[in-house]
Design a protein around this ligand. Structure first.
Ligand SMILES: [Zn+2]
Length: 179
């Protein structure tokens, strides 16, 4: 099995991806980029709840937040922001609940956490826009949302400017909302 050959799928895989670049053979196996300059917003109906390193509403102090939170009802489908290789699909990382990790052809890595269900296994490749699973509230999560992280060389980056669109909390109409 590809995942086993590449050393994907276990806690050590995620641990490395939180500290360092993906192994070169992982990036090679991630396929080709889609050609889109922007990342796809991962939850079509989901709204931005909390930004990168932003405090929770009502919280006195700014707390480290390694990603963004996208609110959506339990069971809402979420999708891949770009082509890539599934590195992890399990619930062994404390706080994250059911977690899917994807390595992209440019060596960036995305995390999809607190999910209700995951549809893919480590070693599988995914296409931009492919459904990966369902939004949920597993792990340490207040309410149903997707916690999304974008990492480069292990470091979390603010992904907000990288998306093709961002759906803000006051969004009410169908269509695209500008940032
Ligand atoms: Zn979060």
């Amino acid at each position: 099995m590809l995942a086993h050959q590449l050393g994907l799928g276990d806690f050590k895989t995620v641990n490395r991806l939180m500290l360092d670049s993906p192994k070169p053979e992982w990036v090679t196996s991630a396929g080709s980029p889609s050609g889109n300059q922007k990342l796809l917003w991962p939850v079509p109906e989901g709204k931005l709840w909390r930004g990168f390193n932003q405090a929770r509403r009502g919280a006195k102090h700014r707390r480290k937040h390694d990603g963004i939170d996208i609110g959506a009802p339990d069971g809402t489908l979420f999708r891949a922001v770009e082509n890539g290789l599934v590195a992890y699909s399990d619930n062994g990382v404390r706080g994250y609940g059911n977690l899917l990790v994807v390595i992209h052809p440019n060596a960036s890595v995305t995390f999809y956490a607190h999910t209700k269900a995951l549809y893919l296994f480590p070693g599988q490749t995914v296409k931009r826009g492919q459904v990966l699973g369902e939004v949920g509230h597993t792990g340490i999560a207040r309410g149903s949302h997707l916690h999304f992280e974008y990492r480069v060389r292990g470091r979390p980056r603010d992904p907000i400017k990288l998306f093709d669109q961002v759906i803000l909390p006051n969004y009410r109409h169908a269509g695209t909302i500008a940032r």
